[in-house]
Ligand binder design. Structure first.
Ligand code: ATP
Ligand code: MG
Length: 569
C-alpha cells in the first residue's frame, strides 16, 4: 500500500521549512544578507510538473524574500542534451510566470574554472587518475557496512596524474579507459565519499563548446562549484541529494570562505498517481510513439498540461496545496484536477456541444422557424454577459440522455415524460424511430410554447435539464477525450516493464461532436470552454479552418472529495 499524503507543513507565520531557514540566514546576515537561488535543469528532456514544484520554489522564494533566481542549464553531458530542450524549458518557465532576466547561465561556462580546480586538487594530492574499468571501480566500492578497497592507482605520483589528466582532455584516450577521482576515503560511511569520480572522458561534441573538451565533470564536482561561481547562496533541490550534501560541502570548501558559502537545502519530490516523472521513461514514451510527443495532453510535462488546457494558476495552486516537506510522498492526481476545475469554473465560457448526438424532432414546432435563445456565458460571473443560440424544430441531444425503458431514477428523456431543454422549452417525449437493427435514429417530442425560458410557464417543475444544439446550424468538431496515462496508481512502484502498465483507453477520439455555431466561429487555439454538462475543453493547436479540435481538459465531477473519503478510511 502506497502512502499518500497531501499536506502542507507551515509554521504559525505560514512559512514552510525552507522559507524558515532562509529567513534565519538573512536575519543572521549570512552571505552579506544576500539571497540568490537557482533552477538547474539538465537540458535532456522537457520539464514536467515535478520540475515546476522545484522552480516555483526557486523563483518564488527569491521573489518573496527580495532575492534573485538564476536559470542555469546543467549541460555537463553532451551525449543526451539538445538545444530543443533548452528552448522548451525556457518557454515552460515563462508560461508559469517566472523570469530569470539577465541571469541565464550554463554549467559549461564554468568548464575552464572546474578544470583548473581539478588540476589544483591533483597538485595538492587530492585527486588521481584511475585506469580501471567502471565495473572494477564499482566492485571496490564496498557496501554501507563494509569498507571499500583502494584503487591500485590511488598513490600515483602527482606529476603522472597531471600529465594523464591533460592527455585525457587532449583526446589521447578512449571513453571509459580512465577517470579522475577525488582521493577522500574508501571506508567512509557515506558512500559518496569513497573516492568519487570527478571527471570522465566523453568524445561526443558538446552543443555549446564543440570539441574543446574531452573530459566532462560529474554532477557532484560541477554543481556546488557552479553555485559558487554564480554567487548562489541557497541551492534548493530534492531529497535524493541529501546523501550528496557532505560532498557538495567538501568540494565547495575548496573555493568558499566565511564571507560567502552556498548551502544546499532539500525538499520532497512531487510524485503523482497514475503517471511517471522520470525523464528517461517520458523520453521512452515519446521515442517509441506510445504518446503523441512531449506535449501529448496525457503527459505530465508542462507543455502537455498546457495543451490539455491546465492553467498556470491551477498548477501553482496545486503546488501550494501539497506544500514542501522533508519526507517523500505520492500526491493524488485528483487534487491537481480539483485545482484545474476550480480555476476553470471561474473563467471558462459556457457553450453547448453534443458529443454523442441523436436527433430530436419537435413535431409541433414550425419547420422554417428559428428562435434565438439567450445563454449565459458564465453563471459564476454574470459580467461575462450572454450569447445567442439558435433553436429549431430539429435538435441534437446526447444519445445517453434518452432511454426507452429507464430505471427508476432516470430523470432524462423517456416516452411520456417531460424534460427541460436548457435555456429553451419544456418538451414531452412522444415517440422514437429505430432502424431495422433496433438502433434509435430519431426521437420525437412536442414542445410547450408557454414554457420558454424567461416566461412564467418556465417555472413548472420538471426533473431533468438537457443540453442541445440546433441541427441546421450545428458545426462538426473533433474531441479528444483523455483518461489516466497509466492503469495503476503508482506505476513506478510496480515490478516489470512500465510500458505494460499504460492505460490502453487513455485516448478516445470523437469525430462527430456537434457544437453550437457561436463557438465554431470564435474558438481559437488555447481557449478554454465549459461544454454544458460535459466538462472543460480546450482548443487544440491541430485545429484549422476546416476542423476544430478540442482536448477534454477535465470532467465536471470533482473526484477529489471521494478520494479523500477513501483514504480517511
Ligand atoms: P535527471 O537528473 O534524471 O535527468 P531530473 O528530473 O532530476 O532528471 P533535472 O533537470 O536534473 O532533472 O532537474 C532539475 C531540478 O528539478 C532538480 O533540482 C531536481 O531536484 C528538480 N526535480 C526533478 N524532478 C522533480 C520532482 N518530481 N519534484 C520536484 N523537483 C524535481
Ligand atoms: Mg537531476
Amino acid at each position: 500500500m502506497t502512502e499518500i499524503k497531501d499536506e502542507t507543513v507551515v509554521n504559525e507565520n505560514g512559512l514552510n521549512f525552507i522559507e524558515q531557514e532562509i529567513k534565519a540566514d538573512l536575519e543572521n546576515g549570512k552571505n552579506g544578507g544576500r539571497l540568490n537561488t537557482r533552477f538547474p535543469p539538465e537540458p535532456n528532456g522537457y520539464l514536467h510538473i515535478g520540475h515546476a514544484k522545484a522552480f516555483i520554489m526557486d523563483f518564488g522564494i527569491a521573489e518573496k524574500f527580495g532575492g534573485t533566481c538564476n536559470l542555469r542549464f546543467d549541460d555537463t553531458n553532451p551525449q543526451k542534451e539538445d538545444t530543443e530542450y533548452v528552448e522548451a524549458i525556457k518557454r515552460d518557465i515563462k508560461w508559469l510566470g517566472f523570469d530569470w532576466d539577465n541571469r541565464l547561465y550554463y554549467a559549461s561556462d564554468y568548464f575552464p574554472q572546474l578544470f583548473e580546480l581539478a588540476k589544483r586538487m591533483i597538485r595538492e594530492g587530492k585527486a588521481y587518475v584511475d585506469e580501471q574499468t567502471s565495473e572494477e571501480i564499482a566492485s571496490q566500492k564496498g557496501t554501507p557496512t563494509e569498507p571499500g578497497i583502494n584503487s591500485p592507482f590511488r598513490d600515483r605520483p602527482i606529476e603522472e596524474n597531471l600529465d594523464l589528466f591533460e592527455r585525457m582532455n587532449a583526446g589521447e584516450f578512449e571513453e571509459g579507459t580512465m577517470v579522475l577521482r577525488a582521493k577522500i576515503d574508501m571506508s567512509n560511511s557515506n558512500m559518496h565519499f569513497r573516492d568519487p569520480i570527478m571527471y570522465r572522458i566523453i568524445k561526443t561534441p558538446h552543443w555549446r563548446t564543440g570539441d574543446k573538451w574531452k573530459v566532462y565533470p560529474m554532477y557532484d564536482f560541477a554543481h556546488g562549484q557552479s553555485d559558487y561561481f554564480e554567487g548562489v547562496t541557497h541551492s534548493i533541490c530534492t531529497l535524493e541529494f541529501v546523501p550528496h550534501r557532505p560532498l557538495y560541502e567538501y568540494f565547495v570548501k575548496e573555493l568558499a570562505d566565511d564571507t560567502y558559502c552556498p548551502r544546499q537545502i532539500e525538499f520532497n519530490r512531487l510524485n503523482l498517481t497514475y503517471t511517471v516523472m522520470s525523464k528517461r521513461k517520458l523520453l521512452q514514451l515519446v521515442k517509441e510513439k506510445l504518446v503523441n510527443g512531449w506535449d501529448d495532453p496525457r503527459m505530465p510535462t508542462l507543455c502537455g498540461l498546457r495543451r490539455r488546457g491546465y492553467t498556470p494558476s491551477a498548477i501553482k495552486e496545486f503546488i501550494n496545496k501539497i506544500g514542501y516537506t522533508k519526507y517523500e510522498a505520492l500526491n493524488h492526481i485528483e487534487l491537481l484536477e480539483h485545482s484545474v476545475r476550480e480555476d476553470l469554473n471561474k473563467t471558462a465560457t459556457r457553450v453547448s456541444a453534443v458529443q454523442n448526438p441523436v436527433k430530436l424532432i419537435l413535431t409541433n414546432y414550425p419547420e422554417d422557424k428559428t428562435e434565438m435563445m439567450e445563454m449565459d456565458n458564465n453563471p459564476e460571473d454574470l459580467s461575462e454577459g450572454t450569447h445567442q443560440m439558435p433553436f429549431t424544430r430539429e435538435l441534437w441531444i446526447e444519445r445517453e440522455d434518452f432511454m426507452e425503458n429507464p430505471p427508476k431514477k432516470f430523470f432524462r428523456m423517456t416516452p411520456g415524460k417531460e424534460v427541460r431543454l436548457k435555456g429553451a422549452y419544456i418538451v414531452l417525449c412522444i415517440g422514437v424511430t429505430k432502424d431495422k437493427d433496433g438502433n434509435i435514429t430519431e426521437i420525437q417530442a412536442t414542445y410547450d410554447p408557454e414554457t420558454r425560458s424567461g416566461l412564467p410557464g418556465a417555472d413548472r417543475k420538471v426533473k431533468g435539464t438537457l443540453h442541445w444544439v440546433s441541427v441546421p446550424t450545428a458545426v462538426k468538431a473533433e474531441v479528444r477525450d483523455y483518461d489516466r496515462l497509466f492503469a495503476v496508481e503508482n506505476p513506478s512502484a510496480e515490478e516489470g516493464d512500465f510500458r505494460d502498465l499504460l492505460n490502453p483507453h487513455s485516448l478516445i477520439i470523437r469525430q462527430n461532436v456537434m457544437i453550437e455555431p457561436w463557438l465554431a466561429k470564435r474558438a481559437k487555439t488555447g481557449e478554454r470552454y465549459q461544454f454544458t454538462r460535459l466538462g472543460y475543453y480546450t482548443v487544440d493547436p491541430d485545429s484549422d479552418s476546416s476542423r476544430l479540435i478540442f482536448n477534454k481538459t477535465i470532467g465536471l465531477k470533482d473526484t477529489w472529495a471521494k478520494e479523500m473519503k477513501k483514504s480517511a478510511k
